[in-house]
Design a protein around this ligand. Structure first.
Ligand code: NAD
Length: 367
């Protein structure tokens, strides 16, 4: 079991592995949360050097060299999905706390191995499910817990991009490196968030369908901007670019989800975000937003309610809080957030959706 680190210095010291798109966001968030960035590495050294120039920190060759450095309390891992488990296991074995980007692993079996590695290390492994850390996620969890929605019988989540396949032809669209397309990339956020605000119900069965439509012909992919670099003609695209699913949760509730990296969807035709439908009230919020709208009734009339929340940008607040909660958990001053055991539940649902899509029928989740 992880033990509080009473000897941790006032400003925790971070080693960052992976200086790509999200590594940059980690460096900025850690600083805003009062951490100091000590060491950075990336398989592409020039990326680590560029990041260190902007945010500070010594550049080393790789994780082994980073773990040899004195004065690193925790390691943030922001590398392609297939590298998550081995890098996190090495950092835990070397006695470092770990903030591991989502998805925790390529599948539920990898989550189990990470849980074992964490248990034998006595260190903290937090998964980078940043959407849990918004003020609105906390508010929604409170509303659900208060019983104000009554029985929640359905959740819905939509996340669509018109053209947003990340790094088409690179590691994101190579199943051996990513584990899948938008289901494991975006779906992991919304499945985790819904299960989190509903207090972790078990996911019993999954019915899923996946499509691979827009990424197949890399050379003719039409887009305006792109996360993860420009299309790489001649690269690999063997993942889905759209996934839809219906999950059956314990207690009879259902969870309907659509996630797409690319879709010919008219702007505004489908509102992205999360809906919870309860028999006393329902609500809508955006995963990195800062507001929640509640539809209910009072005194025989329909009523819309919008609680006043913090005005800080939801995404900015979430990234800072992710590092604040990680620090508090390390010091034993706050609860553990996004432990790998909970993330395994999401990963098992993702595994089942892929199995269902392949089999063409509903399947059991290995919960
Ligand atoms: N939390 C979020 O909202 C969010 C958003 C985007 C990406 N991510 C996750 O972050 C991770 C990285 O995504 P990205 O968009 O930054 O990708 P990226 O391709 O921009 O960056 C990945 C970096 O890792 C480096 N790298 C690869 N293998 C390495 C290794 N073994 N050791 C050191 N460096 C290595 C690459 O050279 C690259 O610079 C992925 O797991 C992704 O799912 C999370």
């Amino acid at each position: 079991m992880p033990q509080p680190d009473r000897s941790a210095p006032p400003s925790l010291r971070l080693g960052l592995v992976g200086a790509g798109g999200i590594g940059e966001v980690h460096a900025d968030a850690a600083r805003r949360a009062g951490w100091s960035l000590e060491v950075v590495c990336d398989a592409d050294r020039s990326r680590a050097e560029a990041l260190a120039e902007r945010h500070g920190g010594r550049v080393v060759a790789d994780l082994d060299a980073l773990l040899d450095e004195e004065g690193v309390d925790a390691v943030a891992i922001a590398t392609p999905n297939a590298t998550h488990r081995p890098l996190a296991e090495a950092a835990l074995a070397a006695g470092r706390h770990v903030l591991l980007e989502k998805p925790a692993g390529m599948n539920a079996a990898e989550c189990d191995r990470l849980a074992e590695a964490e248990a034998s290390s006595g260190r903290i492994l937090q998964i980078g499910l940043v959407c849990r850390h918004t003020p609105v996620a906390a508010e929604v969890a409170r509303i659900v817990e208060s019983g104000r929605l009554g029985t929640v019988y359905q959740a819905r989540a939509n996340l669509h991009r018109r053209r947003g396949i990340p790094g088409l032809g690179g590691w994101f669209t190579d199943k051996s490196m990513s584990g899948g397309g938008p289901l494991i990339d975006l779906g992991v956020h919304v499945i985790d968030l819904v299960l989190h605000v509903l207090a972790q119900p078990r996911v019993l069965r999954a019915s899923g369908v996946t499509y691979a439509t827009f990424g197949r012909d890399i050379g003719s992919y039409v887009h305006q901007e792109m996360w993860g670099g420009p299309p790489r003609p001649g690269g690999v695209f063997d993942v889905e670019d759209h996934a839809s699913a219906l999950l059956r949760l314990e207690g009879g509730a259902t969870f309907e989800m659509n996630v797409a990296w690319a879709a010919n969807l008219v702007d505004g035709a489908v509102r992205d975000g999360i809906v919870l439908l309860g028999d006393r009230a329902g609500l809508f919020f955006e995963p990195l937003g800062n507001s929640v709208r509640i539809a209910t009734e009072e005194d025989g009339r329909l009523l819309d309610v919008q609680p006043v929340l913090e005005t800080e940008d939801g995404g900015q607040a979430a990234w800072r809080r992710q590092y604040e909660t990680f620090a508090a958990a390390i010091r034993g001053e706050g609860p553990r957030v996004a432990p790998v055991g909970e993330c395994r539940r999401t990963q098992a649902a993702i595994d089942a959706i892929y199995r269902s899509a392949e089999a063409g029928c509903e399947v059991e989740v290995d919960a």
